[in-house]
Design a protein around this ligand. Structure first.
Ligand code: SAH
Length: 195
């Protein structure tokens, strides 16, 4: 009768890695999201050379799309497979390096230098490691964060934003009693209180 059944549910990092291994990635889309196209001006406000952050990036094609416009893109994703698929599917050469501040983390960077993807948990990042961003594209990210981690996620995102930055957030409106995902229901009232 309420979203109570979802509140305590947790999707572990291991489960996400398995989804990638099994090819169970129905969330991945081959086309640039129509809402990004629609609200692109809100994200960029006519500026060029912005730094755009993709939390929980998967292999989102929008990263390539924005990089091709001359922006620099930073993403974070726990699945190394996802990041490697991103570079190979776009035929982008890249190099790998460790991230000294985060044990076990790697940074995969396009040779052209304008796409840097961190392979680690988003909770390992801070503005001292990745800097601050002019824009955020949050699609399949807040809605994939475990409900118990939402406040932590949002607080972190705020620390990664420049004062003048824009945050585009995509959520899905549905009856959480009738549908299981994607993967969590975040009501609008909660978005307002979180941010
Ligand atoms: N934003 C992408 C992917 C959405 S699915 C898109 O639009 O296609 C959510 C992604 O978050 C998955 O690829 C999963 O592996 C990744 N993920 C889950 N928890 C994470 C965490 N704590 N840190 C970084 N990535 C995470």
């Amino acid at each position: 009768t309420d979203i109570g059944s979802q509140k305590d549910r947790v999707v572990t990092e291991e489960e996400w890695l398995q989804k990638w291994e099994m090819g169970n990635i129905g969330f991945h889309k081959e086309q640039v999201h129509p809402l990004l196209q629609k609200y692109l001006d809100v994200l960029l406000s006519g500026k060029s050379g912005l730094r755009i952050f993709f939390p929980l990036c998967g292999k989102a094609v929008e990263m390539k799309w924005l990089a091709d416009m001359g922006h620099s893109v930073v993403g974070v994703e726990v699945s190394e497979q996802a990041l490697k698929e991103f570079f190979s599917e776009h035929s982008l050469p890249y190099c790998e390096e460790p991230v000294p501040e985060i044990s076990g983390a790697k940074k995969l960077q396009s040779t052209s230098g304008n796409i840097s993807l961190y392979c680690c948990s988003i909770y390992d990042l801070s503005s001292s490691i990745v800097g601050k961003f002019d824009g955020v594209w949050d699609r399949g990210a807040l809605v994939a964060v475990n409900p118990c981690d939402r406040q932590r996620y949002v607080s972190l995102m705020i620390t990664l934003m420049e004062k003048s930055s824009s945050y585009l957030l995509v959520t899905v409106s549905y009856d959480p009693n009738k549908h299981e995902g994607p993967p969590f229901y975040v009501p609008e009232s909660e978005i307002k209180s979180l941010f």
